[in-house]
Design a protein around this ligand. Structure first.
Ligand code: SF4
Length: 294
């Protein structure tokens, strides 16, 4: 492998399951980003799970681009472009600024397509835990680059139904890849630890966003997490889905209803999963979506 002059990372990008094989100094891949890191926003985010946000907030840094293209993405303003380029030094300064503001952690939101560059920056040690807040559509070998650099993995486990994954997120192999990536995350991070102030310091928190009418998709996720990890991880069942960008007649063009909420919370409570969070239905509100810069 050769090194590029500008970025110091490998020419060819196969960082995620899309395996575009492109030189991102010359061309963008499916994630629509080259090798320069672009961010849209950083802030103390108060609406993550209580063990992540706590009272002070989570130092969230929102990266531009994404290796999935969920049709209903609520962050499409940044997931498909926009933002401002930052150097490694500027990003390190942002980490330190958030730490000085009193953040509980550094929360890297949608970081997968920058794994290599972020692993370079994370050679530096910081005084708060580093959170990898990703889609779960990742490769174990890329996750290995973060060994001893990331304290908390917070992956989504979006789909057990690959037809749904293909239809709405262009990745008909989502479940297999996400399972393998999460397996690697659990293997390489320290065990789940929440400090005396109720703030997570290490471990894995798996998130699942419930989609309207997709009860079987969610039940299979609960079954999988319950059977595979039981209480070695935290599990967060999220009900904040709001339809964005969909046609009026699309089955996902509505919020999750009370009946679906009751069925799925009952299902979770009757599973072996004991540690985690369930969002209220009222969390499906635009007030919780950050105001991203163009
Ligand atoms: S990170 Fe981007 S360019 Fe690289 S393989 Fe994934 S989608 Fe393609």
């Amino acid at each position: 492998m050769t090194e590029t002059k500008n970025s110091g990372v490998s020419d060819i990008c196969n960082l995620c399951p899309k395996k575009c094989g492109v030189d991102r100094d010359l061309k963008k891949g499916f994630c629509n980003q080259n090798n320069d890191i672009k961010i849209s926003l950083y802030q103390l985010h108060k609406f993550e799970e209580p063990v992540i946000s706590g009272k002070n907030g989570s130092g969230a840094i929102f990266f531009c681009g994404c290796n999935m293209r969920c049709k209903f993405c609520q962050n499409s303003k940044i997931s498909r472009g926009g933002g401002k380029t930052v150097t490694n030094e500027e990003l390190t300064d942002i980490f330190n600024k958030l730490i000085n503001m009193g953040t509980n952690n550094i929360n890297l939101v949608t970081p997968t397509h920058y794994t290599k560059k972020l692993s370079e920056i994370l050679e530096n040690k910081f005084t708060v835990p580093i959170v990898w807040n990703s889609s779960g559509y990742e490769l174990p070998e890329s996750i290995k680059l973060l060994n001893e650099k990331v304290d908390i993995f917070m992956p989504d486990l979006k789909y057990s139904d690959n037809d749904l994954a293909l239809k709405y997120s262009f990745c008909g192999d989502y479940f297999e890849y996400a399972k393998k990536a999460i397996e690697q995350m659990v293997k390489q991070t320290k065990p789940l630890y929440i400090n005396e102030n109720g703030i997570m310091q290490s471990g894995v928190l798996i998130r699942h966003l419930v989609l309207p009418g997709q009860i079987t998709n969610t039940k299979k996720i609960i079954d999988y997490v319950s059977k595979t990890y039981k209480n070695d991880v935290l599990f967060s069942l999220m009900f904040q889905y709001i339809p964005f960008n969909l046609n009026n007649n699309d089955p996902l063009n509505r919020k999750v209803n009370k009946r679906e909420y009751d069925i799925l919370t009952d299902y979770l409570f009757s599973s072996d999963i004991e540690n985690g969070f369930v969002q209220e239905l009222s969390s499906a509100n635009k007030v919780y979506i950050p105001d991203f810069a163009d």
